[in-house]
Design a protein around this ligand. Structure first.
Ligand code: UD1
Ligand code: CA
Length: 453
């Protein structure tokens, strides 16, 4: 039997105290809804129906890459009402899996078990046991342990509130029956909502044996309602990722102080110190070490590279044997060839640096090209911006740039040239020439320092 999937994502998320729709808050750098969507997409090749509402078009607009059918629930009248909005698009023949957009850690494996459990009975429910079941719908069973109903916390009696088996919200129901039962829902309860959970009682009345699957990891079915819960889910997710990386050979100094917000492709013998954040798509070669407090985003790093502490790299390509940092900032569209050294307080933007060249201290190179074997002295700055346009600086191979040099772009320094310290380069420099621009030094002998009056 085919499987159609509905993701409910219309709710407001009042307890986040945020103007952003709850499902767009991020876990490991991606919206909550994106996590659920990807899990859903892995389970079924049928269209995925997403019910949205609160926050309006922001949710579909932020999720353009999904292949989904979006259904707007104009007013949030309850989970049953939300499911009902999808009916015109739902085939009767399918089993329907219902997911929540604010429960991001649910796994494909658990859902597969749930889907299997519904293949016979036509109705399966994912439940879990919580030490503190507050806020959840409680699972009511008869003396033969058969499920008879779900009672919401607000409608539950004192005895019912003591039940620790709770509704996770995930269920698989036969499509035709789902429509019948949901269309029969009433909103006569404390919240005046159409509760999807009330279909359990209707199914039992129709003689259906509602089967349950018990999720053994409560965090997997934890809904995100508050920022604390979001943070709990984040830490859990990060630890899972960290241990996965360690199990594949990455040396993490502390899995509790490592954050991966995207995808990390690893090599052998990668060592990562504490408080490192990896974002987007990052690829590491072999024998790469990353020092503490580094932030690396959308970057490819080759073998034997050492990134020293407090370095930021964004959208760059780093060649074999490079050494970067501490305190370096590599900005987008930068590429370093082999054995390049970039030192402290150096900023590179849209710059490529050739083999073996060094930019070791306090420099800014933007929109530039540096050849191989070149040394850039401390405090060198490419003046690439004239207030309106950006201009290129080209520095050849085997060039020596002394300290405190300004290169007024567009300008070209040819191979083998030397630039004396303190020079402001305004004209191209010929091959093997020395460029020097320096005011003559004066000396006033026996200079008396001013004294305080
Ligand atoms: C729901 C269940 C409860 C379960 C809990 C698990 C019902 C009536 N109750 O309660 O048994 O223990 O989830 O987390 O189903 N939504 C809509 N439209 C609406 C209302 C909700 O799309 O009109 C969406 C929300 O965005 C959310 C999900 O449905 O993703 C659950 O809604 P929420 O209001 O959080 O339900 P709970 O009260 O937590
Ligand atoms: Ca909830």
């Amino acid at each position: 039997m085919s499987l159609s999937i509905i993701i409910l994502a219309a709710g407001q998320g009042t307890r986040m105290y945020s103007d952003k729709p709850k499902v767009l808050h991020t876990l490991a750098g991606r919206p909550l809804l994106t996590h659920v969507y990807h899990t859903a997409a892995a389970l079924s090749n049928r269209e995925i129906h997403i019910v949205y509402g609160h926050g309006g078009e922001q949710v579909p607009e932020a999720s353009r890459e999904f292949h989904a059918s979006w259904v707007k629930q104009e007013e949030q009248l309850g989970t049953g009402h939300a499911v009902q909005q999808v009916f015109p698009n739902l085939p009767d023949v399918d089993n329907i899996l219902i997911l929540y957009g604010d429960v991001p850690l649910i796994t494909e494996q658990t859902l597969e078990v749930l889907v299997d459990a519904a293949s016979e009975s036509g109705f399966s429910l994912l439940t879990t046991y919580l030490d503190n079941p507050r806020g959840y719908g409680r699972i009511i069973r008869d003396d033969k342990e058969k499920i008879t109903a779900i009672v919401e916390e607000k409608d539950a009696s004192e005895d019912q509130r003591k039940i620790c088996e709770v509704n996770t919200g995930f269920m698989v129901v036969n499509g035709k029956k789902l429509k019948e039962w949901v269309n029969a829902l009433k909103n006569e309860n404390k919240q005046n909502e159409y509760y999807l959970t009330d279909i359990v009682e209707l199914a039992v009345k129709d003689g259906v044996n509602v089967t349950s699957v018990i999720a053994d990891s409560p965090i997997e079915v934890q809904g995100i309602n508050t920022r604390s819960q979001l943070c709990e889910a984040e830490r859990y997710f990060q630890l899972v990722q960290a241990h996965h990386l360690m199990n594949n050979g990455v040396g993490l100094m502390d899995p509790g102080r490592f954050d991966l917000r995207g995808e990390l492709e690893i090599g052998r013998d990668n060592e990562i110190d504490i408080n490192v954040v990896i974002e987007g798509r990052v690829k590491l070669g072999n024998n790469v070490t990353i020092g503490s407090n580094c932030h690396i985003k959308d970057t490819i790093i080759a073998d034997n590279v050492h990134v020293l502490p407090n370095t930021m790299i964004d959208n760059a390509v780093i060649g074999n044997g490079c050494r970067i940092g501490p305190f370096a900032r590599i900005r987008p569209d930068t590429s370093l060839s082999e054995d390049v050294h970039v030192g402290n307080f150096v900023e590179l933007k849209k710059t490529d640096v050739g083999k073996g060249s060094k930019v070791n201290h306090l420099s800014y190179l933007g929109d530039s090209h540096v050849g191989s074997g070149t040394n850039i002295g401390a405090g060198t700055i490419t003046c690439n911006y004239d207030g309106v346009n950006k201009h290129q600086t080209i520095i050849g191979d085997d060039v020596f740039v002394g300290s405190d040099v300004q290169l007024i772009a567009p300008v070209k320094v040819n191979n083998g040239a030397t630039i004396a310290a303190g020079t402001t380069v305004t004209k191209d420099v010929a091959e093997n020439a020395l460029a020097i621009s320096r005011a003559d030094q004066k000396a006033i002998p026996k200079w008396k320092r001013p004294t305080k009056k």
